[in-house]
Design a protein around this ligand. Structure first.
Ligand SMILES: Nc1ncnc2c1ncn2[C@@H]1O[C@H](COP(=O)(O)OP(=O)(O)O)[C@@H](O)[C@H]1O
Ligand SMILES: [Mg+2]
Length: 252
């Protein structure tokens, strides 16, 4: 089950008159009194909502959750992975994630992930690099090279690393379509060729000098050992391509 949608006029600040879509579900009870949150984005697996005060995002994965025990085990696993990724990247590139168990309307217990909402940040995928000054470009390039180096280091010590790339989707239906076999060639092309780190959805450029680039996605790969080996091998090879792309495009 996913929260049910309700369109209504936006009543806040400079957006008065615009229409927003609120999603209503008792799963939001731990952070929201009227149980209605606005959706701000959707990733590869996750729907992202923001709290009414605009300070936090609440993330839900339709495919997770279940019994209380199952959700608790999932939350612990997710928290351990996120803590490891955040520690490896350090405070300059990581944001905190908090895990809350909450029951949905459907009765399933879900893992609600809470993070600070980076409202002024832009995903690298949405960035107009030409609008940056050469100095800003060089700085961003240096940060991206550091992030790659830290992810590599984590892989060497733990056999895992965060997904620095990511994808977006506008709905569950689109997510399902993307995963169909018919879309496999397009997915592979996008994975291997189109999506360099410079077009990342998971890394966001912020206005905060203390955390200039932030990783927002702390999901780990939920697959068997062999899959992970191959997957991370390809990822690490793609890092070579990305280092070249970063040096060429950003002069880092
Ligand atoms: N803390 C956040 N602040 C602002 N935007 C966010 C935040 N977390 C996620 N987003 C936006 O939502 C998108 C999807 O979130 P993400 O956690 O990457 O989901 P998925 O695991 O499905 O890829 C991101 O690409 C980003 O654009
Ligand atoms: Mg993502």
């Amino acid at each position: 089950m996913r929260p049910s949608a309700q369109m209504h006029p936006h009543g806040r600040g400079d957006n008065v008159g615009a229409t927003m879509t609120s999603y209503i579900d008792v799963v939001f009870a731990p952070i929201d009194r009227d149980l209605a949150l606005e959706r701000v984005a959707g990733g590869n697996e996750t729907e992202v909502y923001r709290s009414d005060d605009g300070r936090y995002v609440a993330k839900l994965k339709g495919e997770l959750g279940g019994s209380l025990d199952a959700a608790l085990a999932q939350a612990r696993e997710m928290r351990a992975a996120a803590d490891g990724f955040a520690a490896c990247l350090g405070p300059s590139y990581a944001i905190p994630s908090h895990y809350v168990l909450a029951r949905e309307n459907s009765g399933r217990v879900q893992v609600l992930v809470l993070q600070p909402f980076l409202c002024d940040a832009r995903a690298l995928s949405a960035l107009d690099y030409r609008a940056l000054t050469p100095h800003e470009r060089r700085h961003l390039g240096a940060h991206l090279l550091t992030i790659i180096r830290r992810a590599e280091r984590l892989y060497r010590t733990t056999g895992s690393m965060p997904d620095l790339y990511g994808r977006t989707s506008s709905s569950h239906a689109e997510r399902r379509r993307n995963r169909s076999l018919r879309n496999l060639p397009r997915r592979l092309w996008s994975f291997l060729v189109e999506r360099t780190l410079l077009r990342s959805h998971n890394l966001m450029l912020t206005n905060d000098p203390a955390r200039p680039v932030a990783l927002v996605d702390y999901d780990f790969v939920r697959r068997g050992r062999l899959y992970k080996r191959v997957y991370f091998l390809v990822r690490r090879l793609l890092f070579y391509r990305d280092r070249v792309a970063i040096r060429l495009a950003l002069g880092a």
